[in-house]
Every structure is written in structure tokens, then in C-alpha cells.
Ligand binder design. Structure first.
Ligand SMILES: *Cc1c(COP(=O)(O)O)cnc(C)c1O
Length: 404
């Protein structure tokens, strides 16, 4: 490590809240699937900022849209109209088949906004007695870091000493439709769930699960809220992960790749009257729906479709998964994934996934461990076959030789 690296790392540690434990690399530049550190070393980014940079780092068309809009108008607040919001609504609605859109900034804000909206819908449309609304969520969920959200997390690290928490949430196992059926009461307003649990370690539910979930929600007049903040916008090889089971959520949450990593942009999409219950003054955000965010999101959506990134995610994801399955290593317990949302789960005896990620860094790959024993692999959706093969070679030697 050069002195400059030590300096950035030490200075962060000295002044910053220590709520992250980054791998020891200081990045200063990115282009497509590649990032460079302050010493000029190049790495294949296999995290993509938790799937926010799906379109690749510094995509030139999103950059151009951002710069152009920043020269014209950045923020008006929603007290006035701006000439980007309507276009953003129109384009995202056409792309996703949604009827109503609520623009926010971070993913957690989209989740909070959905919770408020489905509760309001429950009281004003479904007829749930005031204060009695229940929302069902899954064990090992990840929906963000606000107080409302961490209150229904099952991860002790996420929750401990942040209470007291808000009531109104019921937790059931993920992938278990019978548990959902049992948990629903007349006061249930929504089931909030990730199509694939990302932070939990890329957990894919059994085939047919979401078909059954959709049936149960429809039969009981419960809003199905899919948190597609990580799985959405092509990550799993479809525009939305719900398409793998041919279902449609009542409320869909997008974030992360909605801006291609340039800017926090999130959105609540609904295909019924959930968002219709919000009246002027009842919900808002100073930055939500600002013209800069809208221009960036419009470009981010456009390049995703026009440049075939969703199809590429399906193609390269399949290649990556096959390649991972071909690695014969006694360190590997399981490999799984859909599209370019992949994970290698290690045997507990193989040691913490973190040291494999550090070894991969030495070979020019940046990946992130999750939950001790899982290496998550999620490169930008513009990755090529050659780059996938390049990564597979390095993963194979790391997993078979370095710690054999
Ligand atoms: C990242 C993520 C969030 C939270 O998004 P932030 O922008 O970090 O607030 C919510 N849900 C899922 C599934 C996520 O992956």
C-alpha cells in the first residue's frame, strides 16, 4: 500500500462514523465494468454499487443528460411543475405498465412511501379499522435502513439498540406460501417482499411461489408490494424479476439502477388505486421528482433498453452461472443466481467470504461478501463474454488454489 492509500483510509477512519468496513482499495475512476484505484490498478467491478451501476460506470449518455440538465435547471421543488417530471412519468409508466408513479430519492424512502400508501389504502379503501393495519414481511428481508424499516428486520445487527420500533408488521418465512396464507387476517393491507432476497445472500424462492403469493393476495384483497430496488431494471435478465413468474405486483419499488448510479432516484409504481389515496400535503420530498433526477432517470432507462442490457444480463448471467457451477472446489457449498445477480456460498469451514474477496482484489476483481460465507457477484449489465470468462478464471484459482 502506498502512502496515499493509507492516508485516505486512515482519514476516513479518523473522522467518519464507522458504519462500513470497506475492502482496502481507494477508487478514483470508473468506466463501464471497470474501476481504477488511486495507483492506477484496474478492477472488474462485481458489486456495481449493490446493483446501482447496472448501466456501467459513467455511462456517456446518462452523463450527457445529467450535464445538460444541470446547466438548465436542477431543483424546483414540487411546489411548481417542471418540464422533466411528466416525461419521466410517461416513460417509466410505458416501460413498466404502471398507472401511477411516486418519485422519491433513496430506496428506503420508496419503501417508507409504499408502507404509508398501503396503510392509507387499507383504511380508506379496504375499510380496515384505523390504527389496525397489518403488513406482512419476510424473515431475512432487506428493505433499507430507516427506523420504520429496521423495525421489521430480523437481522440483530440491523436492529439492536435502535428501538423502540413501530408496530404493525408480521414476519413469516420467505418462500413459504402456506405461511402467508396463515398470516393474512382481515386487517392485512399488504405483503412486502423481495422477488429474490439480495442482502440475505441471493436467496431464490421455490418455483411457483410468487404465482401462489399473487393468488393469495388477490383472493384476500391484500396489496402485493414487490421491492425490486435490487432485482429490478434488468438485473435478473428481465426488466422486472416478477416477469420470471409471469405475475404483476400491485406496487413495485424501484431505486438503485433507476439512475445508473449518478444520483439517488427511486420510485413507487402502482397499477391500482394505492397511490391514488395520497392527497396534496399528505406526503412529499423536497428533492423527489426534481428535474435533474428525472433527466438522469430517463436516460438511465433509455440506455438500459436501447443498448440491450437486459438481454445481455440474461445471456451473460447464464454463462457466469454455468462457469461457476463448473468450478470444482471443496470450498464451495452452493452457487446460485438469476441473470447477473449471482452468489457463491462457501462451506463454513472454508472461512469468511471476506478473505476470498480480498484475494480476488489482488487478482483485479472487486466483489463483496454478505452474511459471512457468501460472495455476491453482480457486475454491470454491460459485461461481455470475454470479461465473464476472465472473471471466472480468477474466481476458479481463488476458490480452488489459494485456500485449498
Ligand atoms: C438497497 C436496497 C434498499 C434500500 O435502498 P437505499 O437506496 O440504500 O435506501 C431497499 N430494498 C432493497 C431490496 C435493496 O437492495
Amino acid at each position: 500500500m502506498s502512502s496515499s492509500v493509507i492516508d485516505f483510509v486512515a482519514t476516513e477512519a479518523r473522522f467518519g462514523a464507522r458504519n462500513y468496513e470497506p475492502i482496502g482499495v481507494v477508487l478514483s475512476r470508473g468506466e463501464g465494468v471497470w474501476v481504477w484505484d488511486t495507483e492506477g490498478n484496474r478492477y472488474l467491478d462485481c458489486l456495481s454499487a449493490y446493483s446501482a451501476v447496472s448501466q456501467g460506470h459513467c455511462h456517456p449518455k446518462i452523463l450527457a443528460a445529467m450535464v445538460e440538465q444541470a446547466h438548465r435547471l436542477t431543483l424546483t421543488s414540487r411546489a411548481f411543475h417542471n418540464d422533466q417530471l411528466a416525461l419521466f412519468y410517461e416513460e417509466i409508466a410505458a416501460l413498466t405498465g404502471s398507472h401511477k408513479v411516486l418519485p422519491m430519492n433513496s430506496g428506503a424512502e420508496a419503501v417508507e412511501s409504499a408502507i404509508k400508501s398501503v396503510r392509507k389504502w387499507g383504511y380508506e379503501v379496504k375499510g380496515v379499522p384505523d390504527g389496525q393495519a397489518e403488513i406482512i414481511v419476510c424473515a431475512n428481508n432487506f428493505h433499507g435502513r430507516t427506523l420504520g424499516i429496521v423495525g421489521f428486520s430480523t437481522d440483530p445487527e440491523t436492529r439492536t439498540h435502535f428501538g423502540p420500533f413501530a408496530p404493525g408488521f408480521k414476519i413469516i418465512p420467505f418462500g413459504d406460501a402456506a405461511a402467508l396464507e396463515e398470516a393474512i387476517t382481515p386487517n392485512t393491507v399488504a405483503f412486502l417482499v423481495e422477488p429474490i432476497q439480495g442482502e440475505a445472500g441471493v436467496i431464490i424462492p421455490p418455483a411457483g411461489y410468487f404465482t401462489k403469493v399473487r393468488e393469495l393476495c388477490t383472493a384476500n384483497n391484500v396489496m402485493l408490494v414487490l421491492d425490486e430496488i435490487q432485482t429490478g431494471l434488468g438485473r435478473t435478465g428481465k426488466l422486472l424479476a416478477e416477469q420470471h413468474e409471469g405475475i404483476e405486483a400491485d406496487v413495485t419499488l424501484l431505486g438503485k439502477a433507476l439512475s445508473g448510479g449518478f444520483y439517488p432516484v427511486s420510485a413507487v409504481l402502482s397499477n391500482n388505486d394505492v397511490l391514488g389515496t395520497l392527497r396534496p400535503g399528505q406526503h412529499g420530498s423536497t428533492f423527489g421528482g426534481n428535474p435533474l433526477a428525472c433527466a438522469v432517470a430517463r436516460a438511465a432507462l433509455r440506455v438500459l433498453v436501447e443498448e440491450g442490457m437486459i438481454e445481455n444480463a440474461a445471456r451473460q448471467g447464464a454463462r457466469f452461472l454455468e462457469g461457476l457451477k463448473d468450478i470444482r472446489a471443496n470450498t464451495i457449498r452452493d452457487v446460485r443466481g438469476r441473470g447477473l445477480m449471482l452468489a457463491v456460498e462457501l462451506h463454513p469451514e472454508a472461512g469468511r467470504a471476506r478473505r476470498y474477496c480480498e484475494a480476488l482484489q489482488g487478482k483485479g476483481i472487486l466483489a463483496k461478501d454478505t452474511h459471512e460465507h457468501t460472495i455476491r457477484i453482480a457486475p454491470p449489465l454491460v459485461v461481455t463474454s470475454d470479461e465473464v470468462d476472465w472473471a471466472l478464471e480468477r474466481l476458479a484459482t481463488t476458490l480452488t488454489q489459494d485456500f485449498a
